[in-house]
Design a protein around this ligand. Sequence first.
Ligand SMILES: [Fe+2]
Length: 278
Amino acid sequence: MARPHIEFIQSQWLHWETLPQNANIGPVRCKILSIDQNSGECSLLINFPRGFQHQLPHSLMWQEHYVLEGDLSIDDHDLDADCYVVVPQNKSPLITSDIGAVTLSFFSLQDVSVHDQNVESLPIHVTYTPDIPWSEEGIDPDVQYLRLSHKTLWNHGKDTGERTILLSMGAQTHPPDWQLPQLFHPCIEEAYLLGGDIITERGTMHQGAYFWRPPLIPHGPFGSRMGSLSLIRLTEGTHENLWTDDTVSIDPHRAYNLALPKELRRWVVSDWVPSNAY
Ligand SMILES: [Fe+2]
């Protein structure tokens, strides 16, 4: 069973809980943003306590971590806020944290056949994301009313466009007359809003918003009041923009219209107001 459609949830609504079984990264608490109950693949917020120290066990899961706050060391790599790291499968680094950390983390079973070299020899990949230049290359002109630019954090090794990116959206953007056809993709799209806001046809996403969108689900159009920075993962299919015939409008004052599995609906807080908390 694949992951259910989640669009969208504010991570502030979720409770800190114990780690799912296949995401063994030591004695930490996490918020489960989405999980595939069969494969164990999952997307989490992880809260590493002060003084954390743990040797990662060998696992088939690949790990991606984006540091939201605090400090984290993975072997001899020292990471702080806005660092992004990929730990390939079967690595067993020592993970430590002096002051504690909160990370946005992804555990996935990737297709290792796409890599030229033996996966065992792939290094741990670390990037300080502010050092990557912004690019507008390859952005569909039909969505550039949003003044988008992106940074590729990790290319998943295929020619389908499957990758992990940061996406920036301009402030005070919206489509002409606040309406457009919707777009959809043949791949899974997953996103976490690192900062700012995104006005959607389902209501307004604020910092900490997360969605898991299976392929071919129409979405948008979009806008933003203050601008936004999102981390987006495009997986399991080709990333291309396809468009519906029908036009949909957006409204910054629209109430939430969520697509959530039953077990997540109980977390929804209808009178929640945005804050900086995770
Ligand atoms: Fe999309």
